[in-house]
Design a binder for this molecule. Structure first.
Ligand SMILES: [Zn+2]
Length: 272
């Protein structure tokens, strides 16, 4: 059994402050250690449930957060950026199941730790009639390859969002969000035991969730600033539908996702 694990930073146990996710700060250095510790617990759970191969994607910022040292031999690590599938780099149809660890709720979620959707330039993302965050956007990438997301971890708001999109998914709540930069944190030992047990339970479950399928539905991305939207709208295949909003369509979801990543990258170049 091959398992894919995408790891973000905002939903890692012990993380609640902007500074902890900002490259180059001392707090971020410590948070990266928490990230690796959460991942190690999940890997332990996967191995004890019989995983023979584990592919990990370092999904935060530039993908250079997870320490390489002392990873078990069964693990390979997708590091660095940009990469074709970004936070989902390394998932393919040979994977049996996927896990989204250290994830956070979508932009605009009240009481959610460090809520955002791929970039602070983005106000909201809709696929069809559904407002989505990184959990659904990325679970649908796994879905293209027929891979179900069986486990997510983060705060309590992330768990609620995951249940909305992926019925039956196992959720490990490592903190309760109070406000955007305030939370009640589980102790490291408790969080990591829950992650290890959650991973083992998710893989051993008699039935797994259905892979998320967005097919080729249109995606609408609303930015916070017109300048960001101006930049994103330079992507030749998108349609500008408002001051803040572009509409993305494609032959399949991977094409839509790829264009979304391009829009986010372009928006980052806009003047602040
Ligand atoms: Zn994220």
């Amino acid at each position: 059994m091959k398992v894919f694990i995408s790891v973000d930073l905002e939903g890692i146990s012990g993380v609640f402050a902007e500074e902890q996710t900002t490259r180059g700060t001392e707090a971020c250095g410590t948070a990266k250690e928490y990230m690796r510790a959460d991942l190690d617990a999940v890997i332990e759970g996967c191995l004890s449930a019989g995983a023979a191969e584990i592919v990990v994607a370092d999904g935060h910022d530039q993908g250079a957060n997870l320490r390489f040292d002392a990873l078990p031999a069964a693990v390979s690590l997708s590091s660095g950026s940009p990469s074709t599938l970004s936070m989902m780099q390394g998932v393919d149809s040979g994977c049996s199941a996927a896990m989204l660890i250290g994830y956070h709720a979508r932009a605009g979620t009240q009481g959610a730790v460090l809520d955002h959707t791929y970039s602070y330039d983005v106000q909201s993302v809709r696929v069809g009639d559904c407002e989505v965050g990184e959990v659904a956007i990325n679970a649908a990438v796994a879905g293209v390859f027929g891979v179900p997301v069986v486990l997510v971890s983060g705060d309590d708001k992330l768990a609620a969002e995951a249940h909305d999109h992926i019925p039956g998914v196992e959720c490990v709540v490592v903190k309760d969000g109070v406000m955007r930069t305030a939370a009640r944190l589980l102790a490291p030992e408790a969080a990591r035991a829950a992650l290890r047990d959650g991973a083992q339970r998710a893989l051993s479950a008699p039935a797994w969730p259905t892979p998320l399928d967005f097919a080729a539905q249109t995606m609408c991305v609303t930015f916070r600033r017109t300048a960001a939207c101006d930049a994103a709208a330079r992507c030749p295949t998108v349609r500008r539908v408002g001051g803040y909003t572009v509409e993305i369509s494609g032959h399949d979801y991977l094409e839509v996702f790829d264009t979304f990543l391009t829009c986010v990258a372009l928006a980052r170049l806009a003047d602040h």
